[in-house]
Design a protein around this ligand. Sequence first.
Ligand code: ATP
Ligand code: MG
Length: 574
Amino acid sequence: MYYLPLNNPGNLNGRPMKIEENRGLDFIRETVARDVRNGKHGGRVHTRFPPEPNGYLHIGHAKAICTDFGIAEEFGGLCNLRFDDTNPVTEDEEYVESIKRDIRWLGFDWEDRLYFASDYFEQMYLYAEQLITKGLAYVCDLTPEEVRRYRGTLTRAGIESPYRNRSVEENLDLFRRMRTGEFPDGSRTLRAKIDMSSPNMNMRDPAIYRILHRRHHRTGDAWCIYPMYDFAHCLEDSIEGITHSFCTLEFEDHRPLYDWFLDKLEIFHPQQIEFARLNLTYTVMSKRKLAMLVEKRIVSGWDDPRMPTLSGLRRRGVTPEAIRNFIDRIGLAKRDSTVDMALLEHCIREDLNRRCTRLMGVLEPLKVTIVDYPGDRTEEMEFVNNPEDESAGIRMVPFSGELFIEREDFQENPHRKFKRLAPDREVRLRYGYFIRCVEVIKDDDGNVIELLCTHDPDTRGGNAPDGRKVGGTIHWVSARHAVNATVRLYDTLFSVANPLARDDFLETVNPHSLKVLRGCKLEPASTGFETGGTVQFERKGYFCKDPDSTPDNSVWNRTVTLRDTWKRILRNEK
Ligand code: ATP
Ligand code: MG
């Protein structure tokens, strides 16, 4: 446990520290706390979130965002949003906009600190020339295939390029001509001159510039050489005065290179700290793989509610609070692991349980006519909007002699444990009456199409004055007042916990991940919800109103069911 000064003395931004004093700190927060205490960088904390605009953000990125923005906020520091747009081939403006939208939605703010790596191309180029001048970089004419062969393997040292000992003048001349577009793609690279026998493959004279005659979405045709990620990233951090540069574990082996560039250039030196990336069961997380699902039309788009993207989760009805709570709970560690999807769903339920209005919605309707209830009569039944939140109040729900109930709440030949409606059996209509099924009406094929029931007028509100009990309580919607809806039920996008364990992950796509129910019947209060609004349909789960809704047919996506498998996992562990 570290003692944290209440007022961060070196905080140049004058923002208060928000970190809770007695919170157990993870290894990253411990490091930052120590640096602040020791006055490193004047006690300043400045982080950045550096997405590459080549796809939509996913929940893995949410972990990085909560770490980058969250830690800056807790330590009274700043966090930049920086687009790492050094690869003109895969990047696009559409992604830039979606990324901004998603970060704001999660509840973070980069204020006026929006940067693009491409804004530093000139500066990076000058740094590359400096390396050449210091004799630490050279233009190499090996073909990509030759570079691979010369590189060696984990057990065999590499071989030095025959171009490695070109003079500074020749290197400068060739590099400048690379820039002016004299040479075709792939014909030359600029490489750092480090160590071809280093046990760390990243240190074997890595390429730092490549020739690519491609238009960039921001710099247009200004450049035909582009910096490689490892060279660019540390420079971006340094230029922006980043103090702590958090990234995922796969960059651990790149850290010596990160440090090498900054040391050799003798410029401001941020500290790179790696943490384990978030993996979730039953899904994939890489933008490239998610892009394949979109391109192959396996999903309807990046915001398909089955996608682990932030836009998909949002469309599904997941709130930013649920995501942030989930990220908080899984914590930061230095070892890779896979988190159970059930934990994410648990966090979503916990959040929606607190905030959602309970409504009645019949997803697979079966008509019920109450034969002893006056045909033209309507009553208003009183419902509690949210038992978890008294301030949500009550509402009146219309009741009449023609209702819809859930088809699965009736069994003609009930099995032993079935407690709901059956011939000559009584059930409670939620906040309504006890009803008894007196006749089953079928079509010519023998399918049940309607039930005739009687009701007990003394049970209004759901209780019998004589204290008699019924086996079950079911939900219902008055047929005359019902609103039509389409409901989408989701299952996991993949049918195996680890799709990437297969040669072709696409073969494990779950063919039953989407089930569409049309002709659902909702109570009239459902029309009061805007697109994006989330409710609980009692006994059926949490649902979010989709933008595909029309004035006479609303569309609802099931966010999660009410069944909490995570709670069961926890119980069994006890
Ligand atoms: P992907 O493999 O999905 O394309 P990426 O790492 O290439 O991800 P970037 O846009 O480069 O995506 O990532 C921006 C930041 O988000 C980086 O710091 C990266 O380490 C982090 N990040 C990406 N995926 C995850 C994840 N699954 N868990 C935690 N952080 C992640
Ligand atoms: Mg990337």
